[in-house]
Design a protein around this ligand. Structure first.
Ligand SMILES: [Zn+2]
Length: 325
């Protein structure tokens, strides 16, 4: 079956990788993220743009823009010019990442959420130009919950207490971040918005369904095995019904980060690719199989989605939500 990974970070240009993707009948949509520094954006964009130009059948890309510079009256204009240039060289969308709400602050020290007026001209530009907004907002819900066996992200937050929002008034509430995204989806009804990582609503499929109902211009990618696991731990019948009812709104993605540019030998390249394949295989099994499947250290019941729904999940939705991909 043909498949598109609609959320990946893969920047290696050796021809062997494109060949491997052809063998797998697969295409990667590279997405830029975490561009806190202007130089990072350009550095990440270049290999993605070159890959898409060299192997349009195998690679596409989603660009981004620099963080706001308050007090620079030309900030939005400059971002729009950059986006126009990237769209001209094949980018099929623009990504906003979680620094908005988690990290980036205005000169008064307040969190800048995605519905901040400084981003408004950029969103209007995307809406006018018919390009898709990929939006990663918030972290997994575990960051706002007590640690313990119920919390799938306990280990991560034990290691990174600075990122742990629970009980820390310096962080906005998870609901506040989701609400800021809801507001821009609502405010721009012609803007196609794809929420990364199941829209950060992986913990409650019904909440996700409510957004699909309310916003016809909203879809999500399934990226991150941890997010798939959060789905897998919910009522299987309910999740399956929602995936079928909203079969036009789910795009398969893996969020794997692979930078095998140093893999100079054929063996090293094969190893890099087989690790990506392993990540994919676990997710494929969850969506396709009716039996028990392993997601990370858990075993859950596969969704066993019907073939036409899988074709939308893997290919058709990505092409519809990212025209030109
Ligand atoms: Zn990502």
């Amino acid at each position: 079956m043909e498949r598109i990974d609609a959320h990946i970070h893969f920047d290696s240009e050796h021809p062997a990788y494109a060949e491997q993707l052809a063998e797998w009948n697969m295409k990667f949509l590279n997405t830029i993220g975490g561009v806190e520094h202007p130089e990072w954006r350009a550095r990440r964009a270049e290999p993605y743009a070159r890959l898409a130009a060299a192997y349009p059948e195998r690679f596409g890309w989603v660009t981004s823009f620099d963080l706001p510079r308050f007090g620079d009256p030309e900030y939005a204009e400059r971002c729009i010019a950059g986006l126009e240039a990237d769209f001209a060289r094949g980018a099929v969308g623009c990504k906003i990442w979680k620094s908005f709400g988690l990290g980036f602050r205005d000169p008064e020290g307040r969190h800048v959420l995605v519905d901040h007026p400084i981003l408004e001209p950029i969103l209007s530009f995307l809406e006018r130009s018919g390009k898709t907004l990929l939006i990663h907002i918030a972290d997994p819900i575990g960051g706002w919950q007590p640690l313990g066996p119920e919390n799938l992200t306990s280990n991560f937050y034990r290691k990174h207490p600075d990122k742990y929002a629970y009980g820390n008034p310096a962080f906005p509430a998870h609901e506040a971040l989701i609400a800021s995204r809801d507001r821009i989806v609502e405010r721009h009804p012609k803007l196609r918005v794809v929420g990364a990582h199941l829209g950060s609503l992986e913990f409650d499929a019904s909440e996700l369904a409510r957004r699909f109902e309310r916003y016809p211009n909203f879809a999500v990618d399934t990226s991150g095995l941890a997010r798939a696991l959060a789905l897998g731990l919910q009522d299987r019948g309910l999740v399956r019904r929602i995936c079928i009812e909203f079969q036009d709104r789910l795009l398969f993605g893996s969020d794997q980060h692979a930078h095998p540019q140093d893999a100079e030998s054929a063996e090293a390249r094969a190893k890099a690719m087989s690790s990506i394949r392993e990540g994919h295989a676990a997710a494929f099994a969850y969506y396709e199989s009716d039996g028990r499947v392993k997601l990370r250290e858990h075993e859950v019941q596969g969704l066993g989605l019907p073939e036409p729904v899988l074709r939308k999940l893997y290919v058709e939705n990505a092409r519809r939500w990212y025209p030109g991909l």
